[in-house]
Design a protein around this ligand. Sequence first.
Ligand SMILES: *Cc1c(COP(=O)(O)O)cnc(C)c1O
Length: 453
Amino acid sequence: MDRTAGLDRAHAHALGWLDSLAARPVPPAMTAEEMLDRLDRHLQDGPTDPVAVVDELAEACEPGLTAMPGGRFFGFVIGGTHPAALAVDWLVSAWDQNSGLRLLTPAHSAVEDVTEAWVVDLLGLPAGSAVGFVTGGTMANFTCLAAGRDEVLRRAGWDVAERGLVGSPGVRVLVGAERHDTIDLSLRYLGLGAPEPVAVDDQGRIEPAALAAALDAGDGRPTVVCLQAGNVHSGAFDPFDATIAAAHDAGAWVHVDGAFGLFAGASPRRRHLMAGADRADSWATDAHKTLNVPYDCGLAIVRDRAALRAAMGMHGDYLIHDVAGEPFDKVPEISRRGRAFPVWAVLRALGRDGVADLVDGFCDHAAAFAEGITAIEGAQVLNDVDFTQVCASFGDDDRTRAVVEAMLSEGTAWTTGSRWHGQAVLRVSVSNWSTTVDDVATSLAALHRAAGH
Ligand SMILES: *Cc1c(COP(=O)(O)O)cnc(C)c1O
């Protein structure tokens, strides 16, 4: 079977796709139903030439692709793909290393160790913290919260690995009222049920006094507190200085969901947003958002390596302190791809200054969006634009929704419609290295047209 021809075709299709990003409309040309009509067929009995397979799929899929890696995709919080990370991601597939064991994949294990130390240092987190390379923010939250759940129960004399949750003292989980939905999902995976929401301010930041009151009102159960670095609507960061010490005084494990915001710690200009966050016990972030590596890559960072290993390792024992541990001790799965390679690549390509510039660039573009939106008649920016997110209203909900619709059908840029604080909003998230000042200007012009000006 000819490997070269297939890879050459994939290379050509990849370049064709990337070259099309600058000019193509951002939304896909076809819906999922239309794509299914194109692709739905019975699995044939015989083989198909791999080169033909690559061509057929690339050609069939083209109209169903969204220009997410392009500079004018501002939907959700998506990120882009840095060229070094993309190129190395191809190598990851070609190398095909099952990265769970040191003996099996020494190269990946070493790169993972190096990258772990780089990431922890870059983000201003405690030296020696463990980093599990998981699929994304959801699994990073899950992994960190598993370590937290087990640890607070261990302190209460209950070994989850041995005894499970049934009959345990239970765990109370306090979260800001505007935590990301994946926190609730992670807690469901963990058998902890719904969390107790704590009041937040107008930017979605947890209120320290409300948290203190909730901690005081504790019923003696072991407690986990979930804070947030980067609210998806406002980009706001919880006040870590004013909350973590109180949570620790109450014996709680403190987790920070920083799926896109944790990288503020890598920028001297934004680091203040993270002040005090280094005192938490665990932090979740995505490499596939702000750091711009391809999907799927999240980072579960835990200060107490033994706690992470006890939760995720094969033996569930807090007292194993031999050597370095296996890479699979830090993540939910055993077999996985070499996720640390693209993270290493983007960090090596950018360096400390480059990561800071990346983050600052996103924030500067967001600020430019906010300024441009304010100039549209009847439009209002609803959040303090301190980071990468802009949330705007265009008057009443009907008009805001109409602007969101008009943006989507016009296709110059992708922005997201959402609801925040009871009203319809248009949300802009900047998280792609390739976004330029021109992209922002072009997108703002589209927004002016969509708003009827
Ligand atoms: C995106 C996001 C998540 C979930 O991350 P995935 O990578 O999509 O699993 C969790 N929390 C916040 C704040 C996010 O922005």
